[in-house]
Design a protein around this ligand. Structure first.
Ligand SMILES: NC(=O)c1ccc[n+]([C@@H]2O[C@H](COP(=O)([O-])OP(=O)(O)OC[C@H]3O[C@@H](n4cnc5c(N)ncnc54)[C@H](OP(=O)(O)O)[C@@H]3O)[C@@H](O)[C@H]2O)c1
Length: 245
């Protein structure tokens, strides 16, 4: 079976599809023949993208911290697209800053979005993914393998995602392939949400120097999920060539 035959009828659900890596992944998967369900909170963005992509693409407003919205999304994916074959857990926030009480809401938001949000989306879509052989793609980070002063809570969410993914890889095989993607700096809106003005400025400067594009990452994801079922790419680290840490 060729790659295009393999992907022709597959349905991909992408969380955080309204910008950055999620949007680029939706574009790459649609271009390789997938029908896509775009999930995010900014309805205007995903509706516009769905209409550009066509081929059965649907936009579903959902917040990964709100399980009811994910359950409603799964019901729509089942009824309108016949169920999900691929779930890309991409929704995330990177609110870098010192680990002090002042930033406790940022810490909570990152755990609730990046880690618990991915876990909730996965358990909600698990039944659909099991039917016919699915792919679970978890967008982790270089920060899921390294840690440094100033990214403690963010790194905790991504290290958590990596450990959870490895357990799931073993638990769900051979029905579902589990793939962890670990990007370095990618030019997206991610650093713009940092609440500390000083950390935000320094991070944006770093990104301006080094970042690769969201499409660079999306291409790799589309390649990985297009492999024959006997092949599983389980972990892919993608850094800008000039990024050290
Ligand atoms: N850019 C990088 O350098 C980099 C590096 C390594 C890993 N990553 C990871 O890549 C993923 C995507 O980030 P990005 O760089 O593409 O940044 P981005 O452009 O800011 O995209 C983040 C996406 O997450 C969505 N999101 C945030 N909170 C959400 C919630 N509660 N419910 C549903 N969706 C939510 C946003 O959509 P709405 O606001 O519309 O809901 C947006 O579509 C994140 O998990 C991030 O940690 C990024």
């Amino acid at each position: 079976m060729s790659s295009s035959e393999h992907t022709a009828q597959r349905v991909a659900v992408i969380t955080g599809a309204s910008s950055g890596i999620g949007e680029a992944t939706a574009r790459a998967l649609a271009a390789s023949g997938h029908r896509v369900a775009l999930l995010a909170r900014r309805a205007d963005r995903i509706e516009k993208l769905a209409s550009v992509l066509g081929n059965g693409a649907i936009a579903i407003t959902a917040d990964v911290t709100d399980r009811d919205s994910l359950v409603a999304a799964a019901a729509r994916v089942q009824s309108e697209l016949g169920g999900a074959d691929i779930l890309v857990n991409n929704a995330g926030v990177m609110l870098l800053g010192p680990f002090t009480p002042e930033y406790r809401e940022d810490h909570r938001r990152m755990v609730e979005t990046n880690l618990l949000g991915a876990m909730t989306a996965t358990e909600v879509f698990l039944g659909q993914l099991r039917e016919g052989g699915g792919d679970l793609v978890n967008i982790s980070s270089v920060a899921g393998r390294t840690a440094r002063a100033g990214n403690a809570a963010y790194a905790a969410t991504k290290w958590g995602m990596n450990g959870w993914s490895e357990a799931l890889r073993q638990e769900l095989q051979p029905d579902i392939r589990v793939l962890v993607i670990e990007p370095g700096a990618v030019a997206t809106e991610l650093p713009t949400h940092i609440t500390s003005a000083e950390v935000k400025a320094a991070t944006e400067k770093f990104y301006e120097q080094f970042a690769i594009t969201a499409a660079d990452v999306a291409e790799v994801i589309a390649f990985a999920v297009g492999r024959p079922r006997r092949v599983a790419l389980n972990e892919i680290l993608i850094r800008p060539t000039a990024q050290a840490g």
